[in-house]
Ligand binder design. Structure first.
Ligand SMILES: [Zn+2]
Ligand SMILES: [Zn+2]
Length: 276
């Protein structure tokens, strides 16, 4: 019996015929199955934990299909020009960026009273217009998508403040001006912070002095309180203090600007409410 046959006969452990086992381990059938549940991200997480075989299929096919289904325009923009559909840092990391707010803990330039755990989000809006605000002037030629901040009420001293947690992703980070600037400045990789999306090492853009003023303006942050990190695979995550209660007018203006050009809404195929 070959290794593959043994794996099939071991799954599921206590039920199922040979034909049903072949079906569930067939790429095309799995793709059709997940289409019927609109690529529910938590179901895919659980599926990839069932066996090594399913995990391998998820990494080879399913995470990519989920990303394409849920954010077709953003993925087309990010993957344009990449070889054989490969994606820097992997499709699993991109899917996690789309659907998981990473929470936060205190860092060198940003202190919180207590760490906040990460959590799934139903949907989010990613925008390259927003991403441009996070790029210093000479790096504006790079393509970066950044989410709206996920708002978290705080406890303790700053009880009226909201903590904003945001995330993003570069296109082709290895060839980006941002990476070249970090290397040129001999910016050191952080010792204590890792990318929550791929576990790779990160640079603090705050430490590297590559945070433009437009980032705080875009986030609606105050006190200059923000820090963000970029990992060697081009994933961004960061935190800021938000001005309490953004106005309806601001939100409307932001929507108009982004809907015209970005297409980073991951709720477009499902009709779910946009997560703010
Ligand atoms: Zn959050
Ligand atoms: Zn990463």
């Amino acid at each position: 019996m070959s290794r593959d046959q043994r794996l099939k006969s071991n799954y599921p452990p206590s039920q199922g015929s040979q034909s049903s086992e072949s079906g569930i381990l067939n790429d095309s059938i799995l793709v059709l199955l997940f289409k019927t549940i609109e690529w529910d991200v938590q179901t895919l997480c659980l599926t990839s934990l069932v066996s090594r075989k399913l995990r391998a299929i998820a990494e080879r096919v399913l995470w990519r299909e989920l990303c394409v289904y849920r954010a077709p325009r953003m993925v087309a923009s990010l993957a344009n020009g990449t070889a054989h559909g490969r994606f820097c840092g992997g499709w699993h990391a991109l899917a996690k960026i789309m659907f998981f707010c990473c929470g936060c803990e205190s860092t060198r330039h940003f202190k919180v009273n207590q760490p906040l755990p990460g959590h799934f989000v139903k949907a989010a809006r990613f925008s390259k217009t927003s991403g441009r605000s996070f790029l210093s002037k000479k790096c504006r030629g790079d393509l970066l998508y950044v989410s709206d901040p996920c708002e978290h009420p705080t406890t303790g001293d700053k009880e009226d403040d909201y903590l904003g947690i945001y995330r993003g992703v570069f296109k082709g980070f290895t060839r980006s001006t941002t990476r070249a600037s970090l290397i040129g400045r001999q910016a050191a990789l952080e010792d204590r912070v890792r990318c929550p999306y791929c576990r790779a090492r990160v640079w603090s853009m705050t430490t590297a002095r590559l945070v433009p003023k437009s980032a705080a303006r875009r986030l609606g942050s105050h006190d200059g309180g923000l820090e963000y990190f970029v990992c060697v695979n081009g994933h961004l995550h960061g935190t800021c203090w938000l001005v309490p209660l953004s106005t309806d007018e601001d939100e409307t203006n932001g929507d108009d600007e982004d809907n015209d050009s970005d297409g980073g809404n991951i709720d477009t195929q499902t009709g779910m409410d946009v997560h703010q």
